[in-house]
Write a protein that binds this ligand. Structure first.
Ligand code: HEC
Ligand code: HEC
Length: 198
C-alpha cells in the first residue's frame, strides 16, 4: 500500500514537473516533426499507421500523450520495443515536434467486421468501467490520455495486461487501478471493440 502510494506521488511529481516545464520551450513544429519522424516509420508506418501486428499506431494520438510516453521511455520508467534507446536520442523539442506531427495525421482506419458478439460485449464493459471518462467519448484520447479507437488489438491486449500487472508503470496510477479487475476475456472483447471504432 505504502509502495503504491509513494509510486503515485512520484508519478504526480513527474507529471507536475513536466507541466511546469512547458511554457519555457519553443512551440511544437509539426513540419520539423515530420522530418524528425523519418526514423520512426519503419515500425510505426509512414503515416503513423503501423503495418506490423502488435506495434502501436501513432496517428491522431493526442500530442501530450505521445510526448509524455517518449519522456517515460527516455527516463526508463516505461520499457519495451527498444523505445528506451530511441527516445534517449531525442531532445524534448524533438519529442514535441514529432508529437505534433503524429497528432495532426488522420486516425488509423477502423477494422470493420470481426466478431459482432465480442464488439457488443466489449462496448458494454467499456461503458460499465467508464473508460470514456478519461479516454474521451469516442475513446479518441485527450490531453495525456492515449487514443484507443482503431488501435492494433494485439498492442491493446498486451499493454492492458502490462498495466494490470504493473510491468508498465503509468504516470499517475489511475490506469493501473482501472485495469486491476479486468479479466483476459474482458480485455480481448474490448480490444475487438476499440479497433472497430473510427
Ligand atoms: C524498431 C521499431 C521501432 C522504432 C524504430 C520506433 N518505435 Fe516506437 N514503439 C515500438 C514498439 C514495439 C512500441 C511498443 C512498446 C511496448 O511494448 O510498450 C513502441 C511504442 C511507442 C510509443 C508509445 C505508444 C503508445 O500508444 O503508448 C511511442 C509514442 C513511440 N513508440 C514513438 C516512437 C517515435 C517518435 C519513434 C521515432 C523517433 C519510434 N517510436 C521509433 C517500436 C519502434
Ligand atoms: C482515470 C482515468 C482512466 C480510466 C478510467 C481508464 N484509463 Fe486507460 N489510460 C489512462 C492513462 C492516463 C493512460 C496512460 C498511462 C501511462 O502510460 O501513464 C492510459 C492508458 C491506457 C492504455 C494503453 C494505451 C497505449 O496507447 O499505450 C490502454 C490500452 C487503456 N488505457 C485502456 C483502458 C480501458 C480499456 C479502460 C476502461 C476499462 C481505461 N483505459 C480506463 C487513463 C485512464
Amino acid at each position: 500500500m505504502f509502495l503504491r502510494l509513494s509510486k503515485a506521488i512520484q508519478g504526480m511529481a513527474f507529471f507536475m514537473c513536466v507541466l511546469g516545464g512547458l511554457p519555457s520551450h519553443a512551440a511544437p513544429d509539426a513540419v520539423a516533426g515530420k522530418a524528425k519522424a523519418q526514423i520512426c516509420a519503419a515500425c510505426h508506418g509512414e503515416n503513423g499507421v503501423s503495418a506490423l501486428p502488435g506495434f502501436p499506431h501513432l496517428a491522431a494520438q493526442p500530442q501530450l500523450s505521445i510526448f509524455y510516453q517518449l519522456l517515460q521511455f527516455r527516463d526508463q520508467r516505461r520499457k519495451g520495443g527498444g523505445m528506451e534507446a530511441i527516445a534517449a536520442t531525442l531532445s524534448e523539442q524533438d519529442m514535441r515536434d514529432i508529437a505534433a506531427h503524429y497528432a495532426a495525421l488522420p486516425p488509423p482506419p477502423a477494422v470493420a467486421g470481426g466478431d459482432a458478439e465480442k464488439i457488443t460485449r466489449g462496448q458494454q464493459i467499456a461503458q460499465q468501467q467508464y473508460c470514456s471518462s478519461c479516454h474521451g467519448a469516442q475513446l479518441q484520447g485527450q490531453k495525456h490520455v492515449p487514443r484507443l479507437s482503431g488501435q492494433s488489438s494485439e498492442y491493446f491486449v498486451q499493454q492492458l495486461r502490462k498495466l494490470r500487472s504493473g510491468v508498465r508503470a503509468d504516470m499517475d496510477g489511475t490506469m493501473a487501478s482501472a485495469a486491476r479487475s479486468l479479466t483476459d476475456e474482458e480485455i480481448e472483447a474490448m480490444a475487438v471493440y476499440t479497433r472497430s471504432l473510427p
